[in-house]
Design a protein around this ligand. Structure first.
Ligand SMILES: [Cu+2]
Length: 217
């Protein structure tokens, strides 16, 4: 009886591994992917700079996550201010960054020429839509106190690089691969366990028969 139960469970697990769809990870996420940049506020040839000064976003529909670290040469306070060609400054990006600070910014590159940005909660949900400045989807950022010293950078959306998008797809592929491999390992384990349980059960029967043959109670 136990043998059939174990076989049944083993079969169910094997069938479940094969037939059930793989778990969909992050299916609720509305964007295509996330790109993270760590920007250091440092100095070069006695001039303050953003490092890197060029942020590439592979395509629209990406969430951009910035970690801004002021750990470099002391130039007084900085800002990482996004500015449109119209002259409008993205709300909240004019905040001064003191040396030793780490500041986070997150925004969603929404359409071909728009970004959605929420300066307060770090979440792009319910943020404000800002028009980008160039046809390619570019946008400037600069430091208010050091703009004159050339402390400027650009955010470029689309066209320039597809490498990160490719990496994102590769990441998903690798995840699916591992899920498959773990599933297969679990299947093998179940088969081995069933084998040993059934084997021990038959030995048990032999013992029982031996027991009866000897005429023991
Ligand atoms: Cu500065």
């Amino acid at each position: 009886m136990l043998r059939f139960a174990v076989l049944g469970i083993a079969l169910a697990v094997v069938l479940a591994t094969i037939l059930l769809p793989p778990p969909v990870q992050g299916s609720h996420v509305p964007y295509k992917g996330k790109i993270e940049y760590i920007i250091h506020l440092s100095g070069e040839h006695e001039k303050p700079v953003f490092s890197p000064l060029r942020l590439l976003v592979p395509a629209t529909g990406f969430l951009v996550n910035l970690t801004i670290i002021y750990d470099g040469q002391d130039f007084g306070n900085h800002t990482l201010t996004f500015k449109l060609k119209t002259g409008d400054v993205l709300e909240g990006t004019d905040r001064e960054i003191v040396r030793g600070d780490t500041v986070y910014m997150e925004f969603e590159v929404n359409e071909t020429n728009k970004i959605k940005y929420n300066p307060t909660s770090r979440s792009a949900e319910n943020g404000t839509l800002y028009q980008l400045t160039e046809k390619q989807g570019g946008m400037y950022f600069y430091c208010i106190p050091h703009e004159g010293l050339g402390m400027k950078g650009t955010l470029v959306v689309g066209g320039e690089t597809t490498a990160t998008e490719g990496d994102a797809e590769l990441g998903l592929f690798i995840r699916a691969y591992w899920i498959g491999l773990i599933g297969f390992a679990v299947m093998l384990l179940v088969v081995f366990i069933s084998y040993y349980v059934i084997k021990s059960e038959s030995r048990h029967h032999t013992d029982a028969r031996e027991h009866q043959r000897k005429g023991l109670p």
